[in-house]
Design a protein around this ligand. Structure first.
Ligand code: AOS
Ligand code: ZN
Ligand code: ZN
Ligand code: ZN
Length: 424
């Protein structure tokens, strides 16, 4: 299904008065309002192809109905999200779950929806049908050179698919690790991983990047070979300028100060970008901002401050992406909520009075520094996000519109009630 412009205009029209009143109220207090709206207007967050269906847990999966049955339908879903919020103009593909059999046609279909292709994701954490050697004991870190070679070749193949779609980066997440002390030699595992990544790095086109994701646990519960940002950063540094560290918000031990990690990676030019989500216990892949929106704001505060200090373009300098998995919610609704949460945190960070904050910091005025941040965080910026969407031709209220237009109902009519999308 495709959304017509007049449908969106009509919905916005119904809410115009209320919106205008709310917008005027908050905008009156913001001195850089034009700049804020401009920055919000060009800000986009990529949608992962595996998040458009229900993922489930290891205990079960409860299908939602009308889920995309093919890559084409996943692109259609991202197109719907983008039509509603005008902030999701890219899709990130997972190989082999979403192999583009006809890249020319897939690219054309995406372009029709105003979409392009973000980073491609490799998968050496599962054994595929016809695969010769097993990844049971790891892939790029494996003790057996032949297994490493197979995993390297897979990554190079993923780059090949990505090239056809004009992606510009490959993101690598490894489940390589160990379950018990003594199972492997940490140093050898790291060195094997580095060597393998070097071969993948050598196959990167000139204008490509490789993003190295880290995660402390799962599926291995004693050690993970790329377990934290230090290990990822070490690898990225040794690999070279095209390599950097990808931060998935769920991949930290509880209490970790993620905003500080972000700040330093950015300072070093080694922040690849994000897999946004939220978590309470582990890699829960919950809706962005559903558990700890203040942390999200603090991360964006570091991003805005750090990028401005380096003269970096907010919208394009790093990779902005969601990594989510849905068990009980409608995946499209969840993704719409996540994008809104990210834009809200970004808008709040844009409101921080930086000059006043620097003065407070220089005076060791702890109370005032905290007040300045919380002043921005406690501002209701939702009318700003809505206004930016409106100016781009999107809806004032994406989730409300999704429901009012009965989009899921229409998708169920088109695709059926019992559908299974590939993905996590
Ligand atoms: C796994 O925990 C990581 O977050 C991955 O980024 C991702 O979920 C996976 O690679 C899906 O392809
Ligand atoms: Zn991730
Ligand atoms: Zn995650
Ligand atoms: Zn994860």
């Amino acid at each position: 299904m495709q959304l017509e412009k007049y449908t969106i205009d009509e919905l916005n029209h119904q809410q115009a008065k209320k919106h205008q009143w709310r917008f005027n109220g908050v905008a009156a207090d913001i001195s850089n309002i034009d700049d804020v709206l401009k920055k919000l207007g060009v800000f986009n967050i990529a949608i992962p192809s595996w998040a458009l269906g229900t993922g489930g847990t290891r205990f079960g999966r409860f299908s939602g109905g009308g889920e995309p049955r093919s890559l084409e339908e996943k692109i259609e879903d991202v197109g719907l999200i983008h039509a509603l919020n005008k902030s999701s103009n890219a899709i990130s593909l997972h190989i082999p779950w979403d192999i583009p059999k006809n890249a020319v046609a897939i690219k054309a279909l995406a372009a029709q929806h105003g979409l392009h292709f973000d980073a491609v994701n490799s998968n050496t954490f599962q054994d595929q049908k016809d695969q010769k050697l097993s990844y049971k004991f790891g892939s790029l870190h494996h003790i057996d050179k032949a297994v490493r070679k197979q995993a390297i070749e897979h990554n190079i193949e993923v780059i090949k698919y990505g090239r056809q779609l004009e992606s510009k980066a490959i993101s690598v997440w490894l489940s390589d690790g160990s379950n018990f002390p003594g199972q492997l030699n940490f140093r050898k595992a790291f060195q094997n991983t580095l060597e393998s990544l070097e071969e993948i790095y050598a196959a990167l086109p000139d204008d490509w990047k490789i993003w190295v994701e880290y995660k402390p646990y799962e599926p291995n519960f004693y050690s993970t070979t790329i377990g934290d940002w230090g290990q990822s950063y070490l690898l990225a540094n040794k690999l070279g300028a095209k390599a950097s560290t990808l931060v998935d918000l769920g991949h930290h031990l509880q209490g970790t100060n993620i905003e500080q990690i972000v700040s330093l990676l950015l300072m070093e030019g080694k922040l690849a970008g994000f897999h946004f989500n939220d978590s309470k216990y582990g890699d829960d892949d919950l809706t962005v901002g559903s558990i700890n929106p203040y942390q999200l704001f603090l991360i964006f505060n570091e991003l805005v401050e750090g990028m401005d200090a380096k003269g970096m373009d907010h919208a394009t300098s790093i990779g902005w992406m969601i990594d989510a998995s849905h068990n009980v919610k409608d995946p499209i609704e969840d993704l719409l909520q996540s994008v809104q949460a990210i834009k809200i945190a970004y808008a709040q960070a844009l409101l921080v009075d930086k000059t006043a904050l620097v003065t407070a910091q220089n005076n060791n005025d702890v109370t005032l520094a905290q007040e300045i941040l919380q002043q921005a965080y406690r501002t209701d910026v939702r009318p700003l996000v809505a206004e930016a969407s409106l100016r781009n031709g999107g809806t004032l209220d994406p989730i409300g519109a999704f429901r009012k237009l009965n989009i899921r109902g229409n998708l169920i009519k088109e695709r059926g009630l019992k559908t299974v999308a590939t993905g996590l």
